[in-house]
Design a protein around this ligand. Sequence first.
Ligand SMILES: [Zn+2]
Ligand SMILES: [Zn+2]
Length: 265
Amino acid sequence: MIIDSHCHLDRLGPDMSDEQLDEIVAAADKAGVNAMLCAGVTLEAFPGLLRVVERFDNVVGAVGVHPLEDEGCKEPDVESLVQMSAHPKIVAIGETGLDFYYKPDSEAMQLKRFETQLQAAQQAQLPVIIHSRQAQQQTVDMIRALKPEAGGVLHCFTESEEMARQVLDEGLYISISGIVTFRNAAALRDVVKMVPLDRLLVETDSPYLAPVPHRGKPNRPEHTAVVARYIAELKGVSLEQISEQTTANFFSLFPKARNTLKLAE
Ligand SMILES: [Zn+2]
Ligand SMILES: [Zn+2]
């Protein structure tokens, strides 16, 4: 079993029908990707996310506000996040974090949002899903200042080996997406070789970032299998070992998912 630790099943398209959604989850299951976590992006979209996670026994979710979402969207507050995360299928706070690659101008807003969500994670005693791009120092500083006690993951990791070591030192996990298969991702491949097996997660971040050879098409959770296979080769271990270890890691990081993910035996 492989778990897609980060996807956006609720964002696969504005006109996504239940039947198409069913087909996508069934295709993932068939590819050995038997469970997935749907990350939150805005509070406005949260009811739609809940609809998706409630529809499937093998999908859990998270509640959060993405750092790049327009400033017009509702700002999160600790109390609302804690309340929303009480839902039995919501297993984490996120995605949150900092992204100064696309929006360097909104640093103050992003820092405040990130801080609020780390506080919510602390209060709810839930792990936090962190997005970080071109914001290494600020991300690490924030993690050190507001230590996520229930743990966390740097999702879709693309930053430096130095940052990887720093967040590993803080006890966090590192999740790898299909970017690892991209031609220009040599530095990321070195990071993957360095990260201990028991701290790795795999994801698609679908519908974004389809891995080679699916680039240019909408990504789908089933492609987590492509990522897992690629990492197995990079690390010189079997696909089975990667699948088992990343699944065990997923349940260590998201213990609430153990109670709610009703997986086929
Ligand atoms: Zn992200
Ligand atoms: Zn995402």
